[in-house]
Design a protein around this ligand. Structure first.
Ligand code: AMP
Ligand code: TRP
Length: 345
């Protein structure tokens, strides 16, 4: 697994291309605290240091079932949630994937150098194709090739994502390597960047990932405080405290998940509860109270900003149009280079 905990700018004397960051989020369902902890939180930090591209990946989202009439609103909601959670459209390039048609063009070219066997081995593909009720569409198989095109189009090196995307980043690295070997040095090799909490589990079922597609599994970024408290209170833990001397490393998945969330949202309370756990004296109800307070407090301003933004859809559309205007020339420059290298001119 190629993971970089601490991103650093390119060393002096290194290549002149700035280190770029790229990541994406699907406009499916609501943005939840798993997305925030695993992805958006690090995006908001990285944007201060690096040229950053954050993309609402509508072309990925349509590989699942979706409501056509509602879809445009979903895209706006996802953009608003990202801005509310700290993506600054002046600092980052925030845009919609389908607004930059070069993503599809590069995907086709990369398809030519992607082994089907490797796509068939992707965990997400295996899961989703197993669940597919009406046959497996080619778009599902090629999903990670589009994802590779997303990143390589901007020659991005850092890809801040949750753990479920690491395999896709490894694949894009392989594709980039193959391209460089076959057609000449073109793409920097992308690296996944994970943070603590790269895999937040569902509160109601800690064996499963917190996911937009499973209602009840997530806390939305803009959830009301009472509902947040209720879900945290109902989170699965153990029937009682552990034996004295127990190690947190051996905690059950539900308890471990709450500790991860506590470390992210209320780091100042972590040591106290960790100690209580070791001593076999922990009260999960108290820990849940502390965690719920911290989550409510963290997202109160996010919720307010989101409420204001969704009242002004034209402003969100302007942000996204501005993002596409900044992304497009970069994408076009890469495409010109790639077409030439592949003998298409
Ligand atoms: P998605 O909602 O699938 O488009 O994911 C957007 C980003 O959030 C990706 O980087 C995911 O890896 C990350 N993510 C999604 N679910 C979780 C989770 N439960 N824990 C941590 N990160 C997550
Ligand atoms: N597939 C990613 C997800 O489901 C979203 C995504 C699309 C992405 N393109 C990307 C993430 C490029 C990182 C880089 O979460």
């Amino acid at each position: 697994m190629r993971v970089q905990e601490q991103a650093r700018p390119a060393p002096a004397g290194g290549p002149r291309i700035p280190v770029r960051v790229f990541s994406g989020i699907q406009p499916t369902g609501v943005v939840h605290i798993g997305n925030y902890v695993g992805a958006i939180r690090q995006w908001a930090q990285l944007q201060r240091e690096f040229e950053s591209y954050f993309c609402i990946v509508d072309l990925h989202a349509i590989t699942g079932s979706y409501d056509v009439a509602e879809f445009p609103q979903r895209v706006l909601d996802a953009a608003a949630a990202n801005v509310a959670a700290g993506i600054d459209p002046n600092q980052s390039v925030l845009f919609v994937q389908s607004h930059v048609p070069e993503h599809c063009e590069l995907m086709w070219l990369l398809n030519v150098l992607t082994p089907v066997g490797q796509l068939e081995r992707m965990t997400q593909y295996k899961e989703r194709s197993r669940r597919a009720k009406t046959g497996v569409m080619a778009g599902l198989l090629n999903y990670p090739v589009l994802q590779a095109a997303d990143v390589l189009l901007y020659k991005a090196k850092l890809v801040p994502v949750g753990e479920d995307q690491v395999q896709h980043v490894e694949l894009m690295r392989d594709i980039a390597e193959r391209f460089n070997k076959q057609f000449g040095e073109t793409f920097p090799l992308p690296e996944a960047r994970l943070t603590k909490g790269a895999r937040i589990m569902a509160l109601n079922d800690p064996a499963a990932k917190m996911s937009k597609s499973v209602s009840g599994s997530y806390i939305a970024l803009v959830e009301d405080p009472e509902s947040i408290r209720k879900k945290v209170r109902a989170a699965v833990t153990d029937p009682g405290p552990p034996k004295k001397g127990s190690k947190l490393d051996d905690a059950s998945p539900g308890v471990a998940n709450l500790f991860t969330l506590l470390e992210v949202f209320a780091p100042h309370r972590y040591a106290e509860f960790a100690e209580a756990y070791h001593d076999g004296a922990i009260r999960y109800s108290e820990m849940k109270q502390a965690l719920a307070d911290a989550i409510v407090e963290t997202f109160a301003p996010v919720r307010d900003r989101y409420a204001q933004l969704v009242q002004r859809p034209d402003e969100i559309r302007d942000i996204l149009a501005g993002g596409a205007r900044r992304a497009r020339p970069v994408a076009q420059t890469t495409m010109e280079e790639v077409r030439k290298e592949m003998g298409l001119r």
